[in-house]
Design a protein around this ligand. Structure first.
Ligand code: PMV
Length: 355
């Protein structure tokens, strides 16, 4: 598929007044995206698990404007409360998608959104938020184009979501989603996420992700600033190569069910992402002392108890504890007894990946 295939061509058919609702989950990358070029295209391929419980639910209410002009007219509400501070990011998103959704300036609209996880938790809501919004716009098109297949709707939603937040394109459909063109992944593209269709051992299905909230609150570095810091970064090219090689290495690991190799790769990815931030100019340390406490506890527990468990990190201090369903009982006890004390307000969100 080419970007021009996603241009909507028959805006005159759209209703004057309509409401569209959608929801999209958060995702957690196993191989991380960090660094972009052109119009939100990734410098390397990434792959993520789609979470089940951390979601954004969005409703868009649209009303045709009497006279359209060259501006977007919209309001954003989070949990029923007006959020003018969200507008600039959404305005940038709307400008980027305008060529593919040329009808949006003819409407005034309200975006009502809510998350199933606390907004202040430090869990990025931009992936699920942009994905849910993109799905609403695609639902609008689909309502007057019955010939639009489910597969095309998912692909267009992913294509649009990417223009809001890169990782959002991995949140519009699928359970294990790849984004970025890669020689070893058939059909992969930098324009949208695709379902990982190669073999996945049962060990890596029905996985658990317990998100340990080490530090609630705003991110210290926005991801757009973070991606920009990869331009001119002394280790950027090596990092992009490493990530692409990790996709190649992950394939046989996913097929074989080997936990040790899986966690070695996934943890190295998380630490490499943070290493990029520590070595950029300016530099940032996004982990907190308790992030390291938790990581050390996980390593001790894994060595002494021989239980398959490992971690990954996003661009922040929270720790995603990954483990198979079969270890759930033991890991829950481990979390309660040894990790909760390092979480802010002893908070943890138990999510899962089911497929
Ligand atoms: O989608 P963005 O631009 O917010 O980038 C997020 C990148 C990471 O979450 C740090 C890694 C990833 O691949 O999800």
């Amino acid at each position: 598929m080419d970007p021009k295939d996603f241009i909507y061509k028959t805006p005159q058919l759209l209703p004057d007044l309509a409401i569209y609702t959608s929801e999209a989950p958060s995702n957690i990358a196993l191989v991380k995206y960090w660094g972009k070029y052109g119009e939100q295209l990734p410098k390397n391929t990434s792959i993520s698990y789609t979470l089940e419980k951390c979601k954004t639910q969005t409703e868009v209410i649209l009303k045709k404007r009497i006279e359209a002009d060259d501006q977007f007219y919209f309001e954003v509400f989070l949990d029923g409360e007006s959020k003018p501070s969200f507008k600039s990011k959404i305005d940038t998103f709307l400008k980027r998608i305008e060529v593919y959704t040329p009808f949006l300036k003819s409407f005034q609209f309200e975006i009502h959104t809510k998350n199933t996880f606390p907004h202040s938790s430090g869990i990025a809501s931009s992936a699920s938020g942009m994905a849910a919004l993109a799905k609403c716009f695609v639902a609008m098109e689909a309502s007057v184009q019955p010939e639009m297949t489910e597969a095309f709707q998912t692909q267009k939603a992913s294509f649009l979501a990417r223009l809001g937040s890169g990782s959002a394109c991995r949140s519009t459909g699928g359970k294990l989603v790849v984004w970025g063109q890669h020689q070893d992944i058939k059909g992969s593209s930098g324009f949208y996420g695709v379902d990982y269709r190669d073999e996945v051992h049962n060990n890596f299905r029905n996985f658990r992700d317990s998100i340990l909230l080490i530090d609630e609150g705003q991110k210290q570095v926005s991801s757009s600033v973070g991606h920009d810091l990869m331009h001119g970064h002394p280790f950027a090219e090596q990092r992009f190569q490493q990530a692409d090689q990790n996709i190649t290495k992950l394939k046989p690991i996913l097929a074989s069910g080997n936990f040790d190799e899986f966690f070695a790769l996934v943890e190295s990815e998380a630490l490499s992402l943070h290493a990029m931030m520590m070595t950029s100019s300016p530099y940032f340390i996004l982990m907190k002392p308790n992030t390291l406490e938790v990581i050390n506890k996980i390593w001790e527990f894994r060595t002494s108890e021989k239980v398959p468990v490992g971690f990954t990190l996003d661009a922040g201090a929270n720790v995603h504890l990954l483990y198979p369903e079969a270890s759930e009982t033991r890991i829950r006890v481990f979390i309660d007894e040894h990790l909760l004390q390092f979480c802010q307000g002893e908070k943890v969100i138990h999510d899962q990946i089911q497929f």
